[in-house]
Each structure stands twice: as structure tokens, then as C-alpha cells.
Ligand binder design. Structure first.
Ligand code: ZN
Length: 241
């Protein structure tokens, strides 16, 4: 079965990923490692506790990059505490934050953080707004961002609107991990998941009819099966054990 209890860990050679959790409306938190280097994807609430248990202070301070798929609270809820921890513990190396263009949550967290701690920040934060699908690379990991389709409710649930949202495909020494973030079924994800060594696919829609916000189990599995291995994440709790 592809739905598992958290944490979920996957390792191939020295490339690994650990999903501490991915629970809709609660929190997501993911760490990727090449053995020497550490990257965090979607630092939701609890990320600092999980990183502290997993890698400890020194390695947390060595984290070079944060990848944000979108600004919903269950994906960015831990950003402030992580940035503050790095300040208190005297991080020296720069921290890159990659996020989709127009992600007001990350921009706002950054602006507030700088306002509070300007003049007492021992490390540099470098914002990278991602617009389109230009490849990037960091610490020998090639990263392909891709646009996905995700929405949120308007006030009073009177309708929905699109939110800036990305998936990321990470490639280290030819091993490919595709993470779609939160998304409805979309061609970009279909294309990126195919032939990945691991695809991490959300199945956040809680009934069997198609939706333009999240995927049904059936849709998520159909994409997951095109990869060599896949995990379904962001599954509403009543579907879990
Ligand atoms: Zn979301």
C-alpha cells in the first residue's frame, strides 16, 4: 500500500528524502539529503522539532536551501521559527528560499522577519522568486521547478481562486525525486512524475469526483504509477489508518 504512517523515508545511494508529515490543513515537513548537504521542502509547523530530532543543531545550521511549493499555512507554518532558530544559533552560511512568484505569505514572513531582526542577523537570506520553469542547481542537486494548479476558498467559501504553486523535481547523480506539492491533476505533474525514481503525489481530495484544488486517490495513483516508486501524501486523515 502506498499510504503509510509518517515519517516516510526513502533512500537511494546517498540521496534521501524524509517526509516528517503531510497532513492537510495541519502540516507538511520534508527534508532532502545528499549525505553532505541538507535541503528543506515545505517547512510546515513542527519542522524545527523534526529537524532537531533528525539532524541536530550543526546540520540545521548547514541547511542551504528552503523550497516552498505554495504559501498555505500547512506548508509554511514553520518558516518563522526556523529562521529565528538559525539566528539564535548563529548560522553563518547563507540561506536560499525558493518560492513561486506572487507567494505573498513568504514575502510577508521575510519582510516581517527582516523588520524585527535587521541589524542582528548573522546569516544572509536570499530570496529566489520562481517564475516559470527555469532549472536551478544547488550543491550538485539539479532542481526543476514546474507550475501546478492549486486553489483556495474565498471568504465564506463563495468560490475559489488560484494560488501561486509549484512542484519540484530534484535530480542528484541521476536519481530523480518528483514532489508535486498541492495540486489538482495537471499535465505538468504528469510529465515530471513519469520515470522519476520516486514520485510524491498528493491525494488531498476527499471524495471520488474530480476537483480543481486537489487530486482524488485514483488520479494520484494514476500519476504515481508512472514513476518507479511513489508515495501518496496529503491524504485526508479519515483515509489513513
Ligand atoms: Zn495548499
Amino acid at each position: 500500500m502506498t499510504i503509510r504512517k509518517y515519517p516516510i523515508e526513502w533512500v537511494k545511494n546517498s540521496f534521501s528524502i524524509k517526509i516528517f508529515c503531510s497532513i492537510p490543513n495541519v502540516a507538511t515537513g520534508i527534508i532532502i539529503s545528499t549525505g553532505k548537504n541538507f535541503f528543506v521542502v515545505d517547512p510546515g509547523d513542527g519542522i524545527l522539532r523534526d529537524l532537531n530530532n533528525e539532524i541536530g543543531i550543526e546540520k540545521i545550521l548547514a541547511i542551504s536551501d528552503l523550497f516552498i511549493t505554495h504559501g498555505h499555512h500547512d506548508h509554511v507554518g514553520g518558516v518563522w521559527s526556523l529562521l529565528t532558530y538559525m539566528r539564535v544559533m548563529n548560522k553563518k552560511s547563507p540561506l536560499n528560499i525558493y518560492y513561486p512568484k506572487g507567494c505573498i505569505e513568504i514575502i510577508s514572513i521575510y519582510n516581517a522577519f527582516i523588520k524585527v531582526y535587521e541589524g542582528s542577523l548573522p546569516y544572509k537570506i536570499v530570496l529566489h522568486e520562481i517564475d516559470g520553469d527555469k532549472k536551478l542547481s544547488t550543491k550538485k542537486v539539479k532542481v526543476q521547478p514546474f507550475p501546478v494548479i492549486h486553489k483556495e476558498y474565498l471568504t465564506n467559501r463563495s468560490g475559489t481562486r488560484l494560488v501561486p504553486a509549484l512542484g519540484f523535481k530534484f535530480n542528484f547523480e541521476g536519481i530523480k525525486i518528483c514532489y508535486g506539492g498541492d495540486t489538482a491533476y495537471c499535465d505538468e505533474l504528469v510529465k515530471m512524475a513519469k520515470d522519476s525514481d520516486l514520485a510524491i503525489i498528493e491525494a488531498g481530495h476527499d471524495d471520488n469526483t474530480s476537483d480543481d484544488m486537489h487530486m482524488t486517490m485514483k488520479e494520484a495513483k494514476s500519476i504515481g504509477k508512472s514513476a518507479k516508486e511513489f508515495f501518496l501524501v496529503h491524504v485526508p486523515e479519515r483515509h489513513n489508518f
